[in-house]
Design a protein around this ligand. Structure first.
Ligand code: C2O
Ligand code: CU
Length: 470
């Protein structure tokens, strides 16, 4: 199997889209300037559904924005983020996909204590790789990300090759569960049914917090679309070929042969995954989610450019450490559990879970028979060691596995190779009853999380960490 394939049934995206009025054109997420930022996590009122009688939702935000401000930083430059928590509960921020110092990784309970209500924390790091990343809450992520605590993070290449704003758009896509009044459905947060199945599926998609936005693009001008899937659990099916989109990067990492046409369809964009596309549109087009009935959730109006069009420089691949061929620390990871899955032999905090135990602990998934390995690392290696992970998904669901602090090479899927090489990612999809081999150089000392980015799955067992010692 070359690509992960989807065997789990997905629920329909919310119906009724046809009855809705299109929103007026949106502006992209706001940008900060310089190398120092202030972020405040705080509640905000926001309308998620465009129907005139839809209610506002109480969401959580950074700086009162849904989606949070985009942080634009420079490769190799020191960045300081002064963070204040104005939420009623503790939180922390993770810089997803950045290979930064462990103590800045923002994982509450592993790399830092959560920041209490009213508390502050200063994040300071240097981003080594150019590309498209994002940041999000990493304390009770299943709830805090669902409530809106995320934003985009763009690392501009050190050589300064960037496109003007009109030709560079960040699209952070989120899947919300709305109630009958069009409000964020808070009552169903944490539903055991979601945790043991495919995670919290929403019924409404937004882009940068906006419903059905229309974005203006310059006609025939090379334009970069940076797509981020910020959904708790929904995998988005996209077909870039429908609008002539070519692939520039996956998970922030530019492909050596970019721009590349995708040889298959659809492109599955799992939770936390990113894809950067190059378009040179001649006419208006839409971005559709294709897992069920095509659902156009973002429109592009293509107009004669207002200013001179900038030439496009293909982004250069970042320099990532190549895994050694032979000297490898090999680790087999078996993923089990979940609805319709193997539930025998799952341990949580030393207790073998039975039917009642699963319900009581809300732990439904396991790595090598252990749910939510918290006390000890999955493995520990010396800095510089190449790690090979053989991941078998013996569950009835697809998962989106994320390694913190490292990008890895996808080397093989089900013994059939991969669709392209090298394929660097920080989050990979592994289909039901499929296996994937990844490898990376563990070059960053510290405690690094390895978890399913379907945030309900992480909370209910698919969560572990490994250690890199100096
Ligand atoms: Cu995007 Cu553990 O995180
Ligand atoms: Cu999962």
């Amino acid at each position: 199997m070359l690509q992960p394939s989807r065997r789990d049934a997905l629920k329909l995206l919310g119906g009724g889209a046809a009855a809705l009025v299109m929103m007026p054109s949106m502006s992209g997420a706001k940008e900060g300037a310089g190398t120092s930022f202030k972020l405040v996590a705080q509640p905000v009122q926001h309308k998620l559904h465009p129907a005139p009688d839809a209610q506002e939702s109480t969401l959580w935000s950074y700086n009162g924005q849904v989606t949070a401000p985009t942080l634009r930083i420079k490769q190799g430059e020191r960045v300081t983020i002064e963070f204040t928590n104005a939420l009623p509960e503790p939180t922390s921020i993770h810089w997803h996909g950045l290979r930064i110092a462990n103590e800045m990784d923002g994982v509450s309970g592993l790399t830092q204590d959560p920041v209490p209500p009213g508390g502050r924390f200063t994040y300071e790091f240097v981003a080594p790789d150019a590309g498209t990343y994002w940041y999000h809450a990493h304390h009770k992520s299943w709830e805090q990300v669902a409530r809106g605590l995320y934003g985009g993070l763009i690392v501009e290449p050190a050589d300064g090759s960037i496109l003007p704003e009109a030709q560079d758009h960040l699209l952070i896509i989120d899947d919300w569960r709305l109630d009958g009044e069009g409000k964020f459905d808070a009552a169903s947060l944490g539903a055991p049914m979601d945790w043991s199945h495919g995670g919290r599926m929403g019924n409404w998609l937004t882009v940068n917090g906006q419903s059905l936005p229309t974005i203006s693009l310059p006609k025939n001008a090379p334009t970069r679309l940076r797509l981020v899937n910020a959904s708790n659990s929904r995998i988005l099916d996209i077909d870039p070929a429908r609008f002539g989109g070519k692939i520039l990067a996956f998970d922030g990492q530019a492909l050596p042969d970019a721009p590349m046409e995708l040889g298959y369809t659809p492109l599955l964009l799992g939770p936390a995954q990113r894809v950067d596309l190059l378009v040179e549109p001649e006419e208006d087009f839409v971005l559709e989610e294709l897992s069920q009935q095509p659902f156009a959730f973002c429109s592009f109006e293509v107009r004669n450019p207002a200013q001179e069009v900038a030439a496009f420089t293909v982004p250069k691949p970042n320099k990532l450490p190549l895994p050694a061929k032979d000297d490898r620390f090999k680790f087999d990871l078996r993923m089990t559990g979940g609805a319709m899955g193997q539930l025998d032999n799952i341990y949580y905090q030393g207790e073998k879970l039975d039917r009642g135990g699963f319900q009581r602990t809300k732990q439904f998934w396991a790595f090598n028979n252990v749910a939510n390995l918290a006390e000890e690392p999955l493995f520990s290696v010396k800095r510089g060691q190449t790690v090979e992970l053989n991941v078998s998904n013996i569950t009835a669901f697809m998962h989106a596995m994320h390694v913190h602090g490292h990008h890895f090479l996808i080397e093989d899927r089900d013994g059939g190779g991969v669709e392209q090489s090298p394929l660097w990612r920080d989050t990979f999809l592994v289909g039901a009853e499929q296996s994937t081999r990844i490898a990376f150089v563990a070059d960053n000392p510290g405690k690094w999380l390895f978890h399913c980015h379907m945030l309900e799955h992480a909370a209910s067992g698919m969560n572990a960490w490994f250690e890199v010692t100096d």
